[in-house]
Design a binder for this molecule. Structure first.
Ligand SMILES: Cc1ncc(COP(=O)(O)O)c(C=O)c1O
Length: 376
């Protein structure tokens, strides 16, 4: 049977945004979660150097895997071996690799709803069965150990994301430990998407690896490291799973881009520059948290991390796609409709990405304030 994969509606909003721009309109892009800052300066300088001296063959950088192992020791106090890292072309293929090398067709994989659109669709494309757990304000839109324990029968896997997309909410360490425990007891393999680590406003996010050494960890240079287009990420697997995952990697993807691996190694030591970007996001987050309630958007998921605000607009619409299209046409502010993240409740939600400049956030607030006043 052919897999049913849904479109990403934010892409159609973005297409409209670009059409408006081509007509001479001024557009503020808050529809995608992508930093506009570019790679750290020293990483770009390294890439320039490498272009002249490296022919760029199939390659996996041992230096980068060794540096990543140090990163896990420094950031989480967890000792891992460099061979446990599989360098990937971003978190998206890392997720595909984790799922395809761990589960069999038909396996049931639990995940939070709302959640990142690609989880549901990647599962379907791989002929796995998504088991969506509705997560509302009472659990801060996150999975809990109790919600996983209540699944009957137990799924074979669960995707955990903290900080999450679209909400930015973080699972507290005691709950991560409880999730790890219930998954151990029920023989559920954890895939932990940690792509938003480093982007946290309530203290550092903890890795699932601290609680479950058997978890598969997905991460990337796209968000904190501001290197979206470099297509570089990693999958961290237990040592015994590594030969199997590596066999899948070699056949499905071969290697990550050579130039990006060189640049990524340098980026890991560009903390000052990257922390400057986090400070900008923190300012943007604060501005939106002050402004949105004044527009009547009072029901907002607590944005602990990432660069998103997921807001309930149920008092204004039950069609988030048309709502975001009208907002864009009338004000030039592009946002993502909630249906991308939640096919059941998402028609009453929208997501703002604040991975833009503070000036753009200020401009966006000025533009949308009179527009929202007209809606109620
Ligand atoms: C939660 C989550 N996981 C994975 C990805 C994919 O990121 P990458 O650019 O590393 O493929 C995204 C992108 O927005 C995301 O939000």
């Amino acid at each position: 049977m052919l897999a049913q994969v849904d479109p990403f509606y934010a892409i159609s909003i973005s297409r409209l945004a670009h059409e408006l721009k081509a007509q001479g309109r001024s557009v503020i892009h808050m529809e995608f979660g992508q930093p506009s800052t570019g790679a750290p300066r020293a990483a770009i300088e390294r890439a320039h150097e490498v272009l002249d001296i490296d022919p760029g063959g199939y390659w996996e950088s041992v230096a980068l895997k060794t540096r990543l192992a140090k990163h896990y020791l420094d950031s989480y106090g967890v000792k891992v071996e460099p061979e446990q890292f599989i360098l990937m072309c971003g978190a998206s293929p890392a997720l595909t690799l984790a799922l395809s090398s761990t589960f069999a067709a038909g396996d049931r994989i639990a995940l939070a709803r709302p959640g990142y659109v690609a989880y549901r669709n990647t599962l379907r494309a791989l002929h796995l069965t998504p088991v969506e757990i509705p997560c509302g304000p009472e659990s801060r839109f996150q999975l809990t150990a109790a919600s996983i324990a209540a699944l009957d029968p137990a799924p074979q896997g669960v995707i955990v994301a903290s900080p999450a997309n679209p909400t930015g909410t973080i699972i507290v360490p005691s709950e991560l430990a409880a999730i790890a425990q219930v998954c151990r007891e029920r023989n559920i393999t954890i895939i932990s998407d940690e792509i938003y680590h480093g982007l946290s406003y309530v203290g550092p996010a903890r890795s699932m690896l601290e609680f479950e050494p058997n978890a598969r960890i997905v991460n990337s240079f796209s968000k904190y490291f501001s290197m979206v287009g470099w297509r570089l990420g990693w999958l961290l697997v237990p040592m015994e799973h590594q030969p199997r995952a590596r066999a899948f990697m070699g056949n499905l993807f071969l290697t990550a881009p050579t130039l990006s691996q060189h640049a990524g190694l340098v980026a890991l030591d560009c903390r000052d520059e990257l922390e400057g970007y986090v400070a900008t996001y923190a300012r943007n987050r604060q501005l939106l948290l002050e402004a949105l309630p004044k527009l009547g958007l009072n029901s907002i998921a607590p944005p602990d991390g990432a660069f998103y605000i997921y807001a309930n607009i149920g008092h204004l619409t039950d069609d988030s796609i048309s709502f975001c299209q009208s907002l864009l046409r009338d004000t030039g502010v592009a946002t993502a409709p909630g249906v991308d993240f939640d096919p059941v409740e998402g028609h009453r939600y929208m997501r703002f990405s604040f991975a833009v400049s503070t000036a753009e956030v200020e401009d966006a607030i000025e533009r949308i304030t009179p527009w929202f006043a007209r809606q109620s």
